[in-house]
Design a protein around this ligand. Structure first.
Ligand code: ZN
Length: 396
């Protein structure tokens, strides 16, 4: 993908002090690959290449500069906490149902620890639910170990392989403006979130509790709770998939659509407890290791338990945007003291290097390209922002 002749001197030749972290990145624009030195915010590691980062002479980004003790966020969190405590208490031994809550389980540290909190600390009858969309083996090891340890029932839904292959391939060849991670995540997340809602409806379970950490998913989709209007009255079928004419009605029926449900349906609430509780990434890794929900702490790493196809999505975005699309999310956690700056200062450049060169964990890039019969030139942004978003989110 690189063309040596096209390399240019680092765009930013101003000397930068050792305090200011940097990383060499490659950016492809108008058919040329440029190598540029990317400065990063000294506090949260946000790269200057991220739109709006605006790193000043002192080395701080605009988001860190704007940060003051955020009274609004604190009061929102305490409101969420109050609601969550009351909701979990009321859900215990929910009459007319075998279970009190569905917990979507990916095998990542956050969903594993959530199972423990709900079953052990809150005494809820938990039904774990895994939508098997290309989960890595380490995630399955974690799932088996944790479920055995916690003695929790489990349902697995595996969408048809041919459909998933076709869907991923189509999305990567027809990305919306925000790139591959956004496009693919926000089509497949609704796919498994919708499957969890269907399971809750079928078993009359009042609550779905997801292990999303602060910063996940996109705030316009959900913070602490999915907008009930989204669950009750919005077709989740991505509009562009319908317009494309590439997918049959049967295939599109994989997406959740409450408009097809009977009028007297009682809908579950869909909450993300980590948005209400104090969250600390390192602490969750320690806890799941201590509790024996993973074999060793490396199995709780967000890098290792990643969906394998994510490596290809990150590869595509690195090529188009020059920075790792997960970096703004992790920078936000660092800014809020919820993730370790030292860990990500070292890990991000290593991860990006592996992805670009398809080595180490980055070998998954090649595996996914073979799986989906894709060449690098097929990874294209062709659609406007929001092409796959349900209308309710487009209006947001
Ligand atoms: Zn910053």
């Amino acid at each position: 993908m690189t063309n040596d002749k096209a390399f240019e001197e680092p765009r930013n030749s101003r000397p930068v002090s050792r305090n200011h972290p940097q990383e060499v990145t490659e950016l492809r624009s108008s058919g040329r690959t440029q190598r540029i030195m990317m400065k990063k915010c000294k506090k949260c590691l946000l790269p200057d290449i991220v739109p709006g980062a605006d790193i000043d002479a002192s080395g701080e980004c605009s988001l860190c500069r704007a940060r003051s003790p955020d009274a609004q966020a604190t009061s929102a969190a305490s409101k969420y906490r109050e609601d969550l405590e009351a909701t979990l208490k009321a859900a215990r031994n929910h009459p007319g149902s075998e279970y009190d809550c569905v917990v979507p389980l990916s095998g990542g540290k956050d969903s594993l620890y959530l199972l423990h909190r709900l079953k052990v600390d809150y005494g809820l009858r938990v039904l774990a639910f895994t939508c098997d969309i290309d989960l890595p083996p380490v995630a399955w090891d974690n799932i088996r170990l944790a479920l055995r340890k916690l003695d929790i029932d489990h349902v697995v839904f595996r969408p048809a392989y041919g459909f998933l292959t076709k869907l991923f391939r189509y999305l990567l060849c027809n990305q919306e403006a925000r790139g591959a991670v956004y496009t693919v995540s926000y089509v497949y997340a609704p796919l498994f979130e919708g499957a969890a809602i269907r399971l809750a409806l079928e078993k009359n379970i009042p609550l779905i509790l997801a292990g999303y950490s602060p910063g996940q998913p996109e705030p316009e989709r959900m913070l602490y709770e999915f907008d009930p209007a989204l669950i009750r009255s919005e077709d989740w079928t991505p509009p562009h998939l319908v317009e494309s004419g590439e997918f049959s009605a049967d295939e599109l029926a994989a997406f959740y659509n409450p408009l097809k449900l009977p009028e007297n349906t009682t809908f579950p609430r869909y909450l993300a407890p980590y948005h209400a509780w104090d969250y600390d990434q390192d602490q969750v890794i320690c806890k799941v290791t201590e509790l024996g929900l993973v074999q060793r702490s490396s199995h709780a790493s967000p890098i290792v338990s990643n969906y394998p196809i994510n490596w290809l999505m990150m590869f595509s975005d690195l090529k188009h945007f020059g920075y790792n699309p997960y970096v703004p999310e992790f920078s936000a956690l660092i800014r809020e003291g919820k993730a370790s700056r030292n860990y990500w200062r070292l890990a991000t450049p290593v991860v990006n290097f592996m992805i670009r060169n398809k080595i180490g964990l980055g070998r998954e890039v090649r595996r996914s390209m073979n799986w989906l019969s894709l060449a690098e030139a097929d990874l294209r942004i062709t659609l406007p922002r929001g092409a796959y978003d349900p209308p309710l989110l487009r209006r947001a």
